[in-house]
Design a protein around this ligand. Structure first.
Ligand SMILES: Cc1ncc(COP(=O)(O)O)c(C=O)c1O
Length: 491
């Protein structure tokens, strides 16, 4: 016989000591739940047997109440689906709670207001709402070794160890922290031991925890101009003041930073592959930045989000590896090398701060889900991670070459390409007179998802686009570039 899952149990309060009969109490509770929107049209309700057992009464009052609700049209029976809330209830009966709150009774005080986040955009960027060509951050998911991944997932699903189901370690799963430390020491020249690695749910959380723990409301933070908007926003959310510092061909201009705000409390940088211009910070700028941090008593937050993919040279060593005074907080992510919906990343914390980060973590969220951490630890230690990165480097290298060629053919020298030596995106600079946001909005109709460069600036913006190529195909690129050409009038 087909088994039907039982519905979610609404709050049904029955009181035996009052004179109101039980069936009437059950009927009233259901009616109220339907009227206040707690139960929605079409939603399944529990069988009479289940409800009777849950609220500790015999089935008779429940049967009576259900019969009444069915007769009055609040509930309906569906073959194979059990009893559900009627799908065609009149709207006034199911008006949502927020709508009714406007008509609060007289004498009721004003509703408290949420904390103001005036610096944060209230609407989502339209170009991040579709999966058209050039969407920034999209990976070649069809090339992901899904068979291997599924085997590892199945292996951990079969693991009945009670510890796996309990709260995980606050700093993250031990095998994953060890695997990351080994990887970072070798591949990124990061100075670290497993004890310094904190697993987070992506770079975004790493930046947030750093801001909460290391900075105060009012702290001034150098941010790259143009830069990664979500980092800027998270500093602002924590009450810090982002100070835009220009980026040139050598990366963040430290001298300009010192002139503008010598006493800043932190600098946020993407030295391996600056977002969005793609420059690599020069060795002398790195030294200068570390020196400034030492003198100013400031932190450096290094976001090393996609440095695994370099096409013209070997990967550049991390900035953290240059720092002998424990000023750098190193941040990495699996969003580019695996895929972003995993929501897993990591940070490397100076040894003397580990305890404080641990305490912060305990209050914030009690750690990350253990399951996928264990899967990734196996993926790394069994060699699949390194193999996947090597394969993707070749593929993204081809996509990038195809994109640069196609842009060159379509636009000649009317469009300047920058920052294509690494990563999964490049940036194009438009000639004067173009408005990138308008073009990006029109591009959505052509199924192009192009990110306007101007949105990455706090002050005077240049016009252009950040074009992701990880989610495109070699075959698809020429057509997508032709569409882009059609949208940009070249003088
Ligand atoms: C500069 C930069 N840092 C970090 C990330 C990744 O963030 P997360 O790890 O939160 O997915 C991105 C994603 O596009 C990025 O552009």
């Amino acid at each position: 016989m087909k088994r039907v899952a039982s519905g979610v149990l609404p709050v049904i309060a029955v009181e035996r000591k009052i004179s109101k009969p039980l069936h009437r109490q059950i009927y009233d509770s259901y009616r109220a739940a339907i009227a206040n929107g707690s139960l929605r049209p079409g939603q399944r309700i529990p069988s009479t047997r289940v409800l009777a057992s849950e609220i500790g009464v015999s089935r008779f009052p429940v049967l009576n109440a259900y019969a009444q609700l069915l007769a009055e049209g609040y509930l309906e029976s569906r073959v194979g689906a059990g009893t559900v809330v009627t799908s065609s209830l009149p709207e006034q009966l199911t008006t949502s709670a927020p709508a009714r709150e406007k008509d609060a009774p007289a004498g009721c005080g004003p509703r408290p207001v949420a904390r103001r986040c005036s610096d944060l955009r209230s609407e989502a960027f339209p170009w991040t709402m579709n999966y058209g060509a050039f969407r920034v951050g999209q990976v070649a998911f069809d090339q992901f070794p899904m068979q291997i991944w599924s085997k590892l997932v199945a292996r951990h699903c079969r693991n009945t160890d009670r510890e796996l189901a309990h709260y995980g370690r606050l700093m993250g799963s031990e095998p994953l922290r060890q695997a990351i430390a080994n990887y970072l020491k070798t591949a990124r020249s990061v100075r670290c031991e497993a004890e310094q690695v904190l697993i987070v749910n992506g770079s975004q959380q790493a930046i947030d925890i750093s801001a909460r723990l290391l900075l105060n409301p009012g702290s001034r933070v150098w941010i790259e101009e143009p830069g990664y908007r979500l980092a800027r926003d998270v500093f602002a959310l924590n009450g810090c003041e982002p100070i835009p510092i220009p980026v040139d061909t050598e990366g963040l201009d430290v001298t300009a930073g010192i002139k503008r705000c010598r006493k800043a409390q932190a600098a946020f940088v993407t030295p391996s592959h600056q977002f969005p211009l793609g420059v690599t910070m020069s060795a002398s700028r790195r030294m200068q930045l570390v020196e400034w941090a030492q003198h100013a008593g400031a932190w450096i937050i290094e976001d090393d989000y996609d440095s695994e993919y370099r096409y013209e040279s070997l990967p550049i060593a991390s900035l953290q590896g240059l720092d002998s005074n424990s000023r750098v907080i190193y941040v990495g992510t699996f969003s580019k090398v695996l895929f972003p919906s995993l929501r897993l990343g990591y940070m490397v914390i100076p040894p003397d701060l580990v305890d404080q980060f641990w305490r912060m973590r305990r209050v914030m969220d009690l750690g990350q889900p253990t399951f996928y951490q264990e899967v990734i630890a196996d993926f790394i230690s069994e060699g699949h991670f390194a193999r996947h990165i090597r394969r993707m480097r070749v593929l993204y290298g081809e996509l990038r070459r195809e994109l640069v060629d196609a842009l060159g053919k379509s636009f000649k020298d009317t469009l300047q390409v920058v920052g294509d030596e690494a990563g999964m995106h490049l940036t194009v600079l438009l000639q004067d007179g173009h408005r990138d946001e308008g073009i990006a909005e029109r591009a959505i109709r052509q199924n192009l998802s192009i990110w306007p460069l101007s949105s990455c600036y706090l002050d005077k913006a240049r016009q252009g686009f950040v074009l992701g190529f990880g989610g495109t195909t070699v075959k698809g690129i020429p057509g997508a570039v032709r569409k882009l050409r059609g949208l940009i009038e070249v003088r």
